[in-house]
Design a protein around this ligand. Structure first.
Ligand code: ATP
Length: 587
């Protein structure tokens, strides 16, 4: 079988319609001709009805519609701010030394930060960072303050391809601004969808903020609630209007955050200077006890504000409560401007959130959009749904269900694949595929002593494993003790393992977002990467439709595999299938 040839079966829907239209026209033309002929031949009788027209009007052939104008898109409800997004060329980089500002302005990065980044091997900024750092670290000192109740900062939505360095784009500014603090308060809250991602972002914060005296906490439910409470809040006994915090930065999952908001005395978000929603498209799609509205409420000042001790007692004693400025009740005067919380919301995603109701729910303040994406700068391109790393090569093969495993094994062998992630549809199928591969490898090695390229190690990584088992496996994969991880979509969001050279969607992803996040595990940080998708015959139509709708089908080349390539592997594959059947039969 030539896998290349398999997927010629369906015609694009548009073409089918195109063909149908002219046929319809021909039919009508034929009808009109025949009636004219009949008129020629029939005896000339007086006719009661008016004669039919000589020819029927012809229908115009369908043409591809033009791209909608900005005004049309605006009318369709697309957020105005999104239409005027700043487009950033993905190939843009900027050396740390070139980050200059005039001497009368605050430099973008402090010398301490430059030194630390250099120690971490970062000598230049990636595209998303070149745009966000100057924006989040403005040139005037007052715009970098922790409290700006009369002139609060603009919110930010940033969309950039997977692996393009979004994490540092918020970690660096947060560390720079919070390092100016004099007392520990909860000033930055980072919300992520999974525990694994929380750990990863925590590592980045700890690395970047080393020596800056910031305290970083996590809340994911990995430890008992009481333990976490003790780590986050210093005083849970005295009622403190200003809250109490043992950390400056908290990185958490939404569920656990809500638990603390509702159940930890003195846990308060009133001092927040940054709220980061990373992997925003996924977090906004999930309700998690309506986490977002609870967080937004906790950031806003209460309607009845507490009066600090110093005012109520009319003494000059400093009030221990440390309320945030917009929380403090004051006697209103005619000159008072409205005070607002100083919290700046930063949303990050590899896929644009285009649902206007979701954007509205965030209550963004004069949001500024940054989109890292090639193409025109006329703004219309911003409406494209997905941005991929430019160093990613994408391929697909359509095949039968039966041949899929052996095609995978052939690809791994022929391309000498190491450092790969293979995605399956469920935890159960990860285990089954790994077992099948082990039987296959054993049969292959028994026949060919030197293993002929089948020496790779494969391991299942799925929700069937405990968190500690998963961590240990991931660590082994990072240190290259394991060559290939077969995983369910658990790993497909944000996990950063830079050496992944191949991502194989063994089971095709069911939607475009899943596809983007899976393939985004490779070609990270400017490296090359390959993404292969295996599609079963019956899935081909849906998959291609999905790709076409995302304007992405033309980016996928076909994988070249022939019958001759598979032939030598088939006896071992049959052996492996028999063994697997025996195993599952037994259990
Ligand atoms: N300026 C830089 N120089 C060198 N490496 C960098 C730089 N910025 C980020 N990286 C590295 O690039 C890798 C990918 O970064 P990161 O995880 O932030 O990507 P991401 O855009 O958040 O991806 P995803 O959408 O998949 O979560 C990380 O290993 C990070 O350390």
């Amino acid at each position: 079988m030539d896998v290349e040839d398999v997927d010629e079966e369906e015609q694009p829907v548009v073409e089918t319609e195109k063909e149908a239209r002219p046929k319809k026209k021909r039919k009508l033309d034929e009808d009109s001709t025949s009636s004219e002929d009949e008129r020629e031949e029939s005896p000339k009788l007086p006719s009661r009805s008016p004669p039919p027209p000589a020819t029927l009007p012809s229908f115009p052939l369908p043409v591809a519609p033009k791209a909608p104008s900005k005004a049309t898109l605006a009318l369709q409800g697309l957020d105005k701010a999104l239409l005027s997004a700043e487009l950033i060329d993905p190939s843009l980089t900027l050396s740390l030394d070139a980050l200059e500002r005039p001497p009368n302005e605050v430099p973008i990065l402090s010398e301490k930060m430059k030194k630390r980044l250099t120690e971490l091997g970062i000598s230049e900024l990636f595209a998303v960072q070149t745009a966000l750092l100057p924006f989040l670290l403005p040139p005037q000192k007052r715009h970098r303050a922790l409290y700006m109740p009369y002139d609060p900062p603009r919110d930010v939505c940033a969309s950039a391809p997977t692996g393009s360095g979004k994490t540092l784009a918020y970690v660096v500014p947060i560390v720079e601004i919070l390092s100016a603090r004099i007392a520990t308060r909860l000033r930055a809250l980072i919300v992520l969808p999974t525990r694994d991602l929380v750990m990863q972002v925590q590592e980045t914060f700890e690395a970047v903020s080393k020596g800056r005296g910031l305290k970083i906490g996590v809340a994911t439910g990995q430890h008992s609630f009481a333990h976490e409470q003790g780590q986050l809040v210093a005083d849970q006994v005295t009622k403190l209007h200003g809250g109490s915090s043992k950390v400056d930065i908290l990185i958490c999952t939404p569920g656990r955050l809500i638990d603390h908001l509702n159940g930890t005395p003195n846990f308060s978000l009133q001092h927040l200077r940054f709220l980061v929603v990373d992997e925003a498209d996924r977090l906004l799609a999930q309700s998690f006890q309506d986490w977002l509205s609870q967080v937004l409420t906790a950031i806003r000042p209460p309607t009845t504000k507490p009066i600090p001790d110093s005012l109520s007692s009319l003494t000059l004693a400093p009030y221990h409560d440390a309320l945030a400025p917009s929380w403090i009740a004051s006697i209103p005067t005619d000159f008072d401007d409205k005070q607002e919380p100083s919290c700046q919301k930063l949303l990050f995603s590899a896929t644009l959130t285009r649902d206007p109701s979701k954007i509205a729910a965030l209550g963004l303040r004069d949001p500024k959009y940054f989109v890292v994406q090639g193409g025109d700068s006329d703004g219309v391109h911003v409406t494209e749904k997905f941005t991929m790393p430019p160093t990613l090569k994408e391929h697909m093969a359509v095949c039968s269900t039966v041949q899929k495993p052996v095609i995978l094994f052939q690809l791994l062998q022929a391309h000498n694949v190491r450092n790969a992630l293979v995605f399956t549809k469920s935890a159960e199928s990860t285990t089954r595929l790994v077992r099948l591969f082990e039987f296959f490898k054993a049969s292959f090695c028994a026949a060919d002593g030197n293993a002929g390229g089948m020496s790779v190690t494969m391991q299942a990584y799925s929700s069937d494993l405990s968190a500690s088992e998963r961590r240990a496996i991931l660590e082994k994969f990072k240190t290259k003790e394991i060559d290939i991880l077969v995983c369910s979509d658990l790993i497909s969001r944000g996990i950063d393992i830079t050496h992944v050279s191949h991502v194989v969607s063994y089971d095709a992803p069911i939607d475009m977002r899943k596809y983007v996040h899976r393939v985004g595990r490779t070609a990270r940080a400017g490296r090359e990467g390959d993404a292969w998708t295996l599609i079963e015959d019956q899935e081909a139509r849906h998959f291609k439709m999905m790709m076409r709708e995302a304007d992405h089908l033309n980016k996928l080349a076909k994988l070249k595999i022939t019958e001759a390539d598979l032939q030598p592997l088939l006896p071992h594959y049959e052996n492996a299938l028999r063994k697997l059947k025996e195993l599952y039969g037994r259990s």
